[in-house]
Structure formats: structure tokens, C-alpha cells
Design a protein around this ligand. Structure first.
Ligand code: FES
Length: 334
């Protein structure tokens, strides 16, 4: 079996038919990931030696990255022994994923096409996770969809989700038409690596669209728990949506956000705020990126647009983190 060696000094065995990412996770080596379908770009790593084989399209990479030997660990397997450069998450205690039952305790409309769902776990169970991670919700008939947890870990063992309702989504149909309080569901998680890294003294910037606000809210809730010397220098949020009612949360109530810019893509004439793409609005406000770290969450098209704009504006790629929700014909509609 090919051996994959990482720049951290760790190594693991890969086998022909599974992705490099899955082989690493199987060997208990934590690499960054989110979608596992070649779209978000989170699992990018650079091949410094060896040959890989493509398993699915690498939408999450730019042409420039491909030309510079970057690959997506979820989209390729090892054809020979490999040496890879990748972000080392080894020192972070990432809780292991498991399956756990839960019941719906809140169902509430947030906007025309989004819903707040709160679930509670059995009294003797805990789900350890880091603010920003997602879980798979396993619903009726075994359908699974991934949703970011919209809160930092809570004492009362509840998890909140902000769910965008898709017109032709099977799970969306359940949420909109069939879900009732106390329905029994299962969760598999925590999953993904979209959580705050070291943000001490950084300008921390969140760019979100729609329900991409959910993991941002979770990360914001973790900030008060950081010690004084771990705190960022500043916190900014740019949140985009189609209309004012889609900005469903009162961000001004979150005291650690120093600058909040709501942005609408449509909006009626009475809207006096910003309009356009979140990345364009952001770059108009804060062009100096030398001390910044950016966390972006939205559709995969939004992530691609944000990533190329902020990298072009000078943000080092290792300070860009993203979590993409995928279109409805894929298995994820978080
Ligand atoms: Fe691999 Fe998203 S592209 S985890």
C-alpha cells in the first residue's frame, strides 16, 4: 500500500480505492475538510513528491493552484508513495464523530425560506464539538443532510440549526411540511474543520451569505470564552442576503462584533445599506489584509468568488477558511 507522508512528520497508509482524506481520517489523522465532494477546497494540500489519481472533479481549486501541485485530498487517491504539505490540525483536540439520538424542541420560521430548528439530546448524552463544525442530521427513511450547528456548546445540551428550505429538497419537504415537536432524529457528528484557529491579535473577518451565518454565529459565541491574550484585535462581519427579511438575526446584539455590514443583493428601494457581492463590499471597507484572517460561509459559488477576490487583494491563503453549502442535487443542503 502507498505511504502518505505529511510535512508534520506523520504518515499513514493509503489504499487504491479510497481518497487520501478518508485514508487519513481512518488512520486517526485529522486533516482539514468540509464537503468531501471536491467543491469547497478546504482539504487542499500540495504534493511535493509522488503521483495521485483523480476520483472526482476538483471544483474547489483554482487553475493556478492546480498548476502549482495543489490537490484536493477528498478528490484523489494515492497512486504511489506521496509527500504532502497540509495544515496540521494535530495539536487541536477535535472531538470524534458519533451517532446520537435527539428530539426536536423548537421549530420556528426565520424568513420566507429558512427555519430555525433546535434539537435536544437525551439527558445522559453529550455531543462535544467546536463552534463552527457541522453534523449530519439523519431524518425519516434514513435521509441525511449536513447542517452547521448555529451555537457554541451549551450547558443545556441543545443544538440549533438554521435551515434553508429548498423547493425540491426531500429533507426540506420534511422540515417544512412534516416535522413536529418531539420528532425523533439522529445526528452524526461533529464533522468538518470550520472552526477558529489561532486568532490572537488578528483582524478577524467573517463573510457569510444566507444561512451561512449559522457557523459564524457559533464561532462568535466561542470568542468570549477565549482568554485575553487569545482575543482577536478586531471582529467584523459582512452578511449578505437577497432581501432584508433574510437577514434574520439581530447581529447588533452580539457585543464582540465591532463592525457589522449587512448587504443585500436585491432589496427594495427603501434599503439604504450596501448592495452587491459581500466580497466587493468588504474590500471597499477594509483593504488592508496583512493582519487579517477570513472565515467565509455560503454557497460554493460564493466561496469561490470570495476566495479569489481576497487572495488577489493580498490575503495569504493559509489565513482563508471556508465552509460551503452545496446545491440540492448533492447529498448536502445545509
Ligand atoms: Fe475536499 Fe471540500 S473539497 S472537503
Amino acid at each position: 500500500l502507498p505511504t502518505v507522508s505529511l510535512n508534520s512528520g506523520k504518515s499513514f497508509q493509503s489504499s487504491g480505492d479510497i481518497s487520501i482524506l478518508d485514508a487519513a481520517l481512518k488512520s486517526d489523522i485529522r486533516l482539514p475538510y468540509s464537503c468531501k465532494t471536491g467543491r469547497c477546497g478546504t482539504c487542499r494540500c500540495r504534493v511535493t513528491r509522488g503521483i495521485t489519481k483523480l476520483l472526482c472533479d476538483e471544483f474547489g481549486l483554482t487553475d493556478e493552484e492546480k498548476a502549482n501541485n495543489w490537490i484536493l485530498g477528498c478528490a484523489r487517491c494515492a497512486a504511489t508513495d506521496l509527500a504532502l504539505e497540509v495544515e496540521d490540525l494535530g495539536s487541536l483536540a477535535i472531538p470524534p464523530a458519533r451517532v446520537i439520538p435527539c428530539r426536536i424542541s423548537v421549530l420556528e420560521r426565520l424568513s420566507n425560506d429558512s427555519l430555525k430548528v433546535v434539537v435536544r439530546l437525551p439527558p445522559n448524552e453529550r455531543l462535544d464539538f467546536i463552534g463552527g463544525q457541522y453534523v449530519s442530521v439523519i431524518g425519516p427513511g434514513g435521509i441525511r443532510r449536513s447542517y452547521s450547528v448555529a451555537n457554541a456548546p451549551r450547558q443545556d445540551n441543545t443544538l440549533e440549526f438554521h435551515i434553508r428550505l429548498l423547493t425540491d429538497g426531500v429533507m426540506s419537504h420534511y422540515w417544512a411540511k412534516e416535522a413536529r415537536l418531539n420528532d425523533l432524529l439522529r445526528l452524526h457528528g461533529p464533522l468538518g474543520t470550520f472552526f477558529l484557529r489561532d486568532v490572537a491579535a488578528r483582524d478577524l473577518i467573517f463573510l457569510a451569505t444566507g444561512t451561512g451565518f449559522a457557523p459564524v454565529k457559533a464561532m462568535l459565541e466561542t470568542l468570549p470564552g477565549l482568554s485575553e491574550h487569545q482575543q482577536p484585535r478586531s471582529v467584523m462581519l459582512v452578511w449578505g442576503a437577497r432581501s432584508e427579511t433574510d437577514l434574520y438575526f439581530d447581529v447588533n446584539a452580539i457585543s464582540c462584533v465591532q463592525r457589522y455590514i449587512p448587504v443585500l443583493s436585491r432589496g427594495d428601494l427603501s434599503w439604504r445599506g450596501e448592495r452587491g457581492y459581500v466580497q466587493d463590499v468588504f474590500l471597499r471597507w477594509a483593504p488592508d489584509l496583512h493582519n487579517s484572517v477570513i472565515y467565509a460561509c455560503g454557497s460554493d459559488a460564493m466561496i469561490r468568488g470570495v476566495k479569489s477576490a481576497v487572495l488577489q487583494a493580498g490575503l495569504p491563503v493559509q489565513r482563508f477558511f471556508s465552509d460551503a453549502f452545496l446545491s440540492s442535487n448533492h447529498s448536502i443542503d445545509k
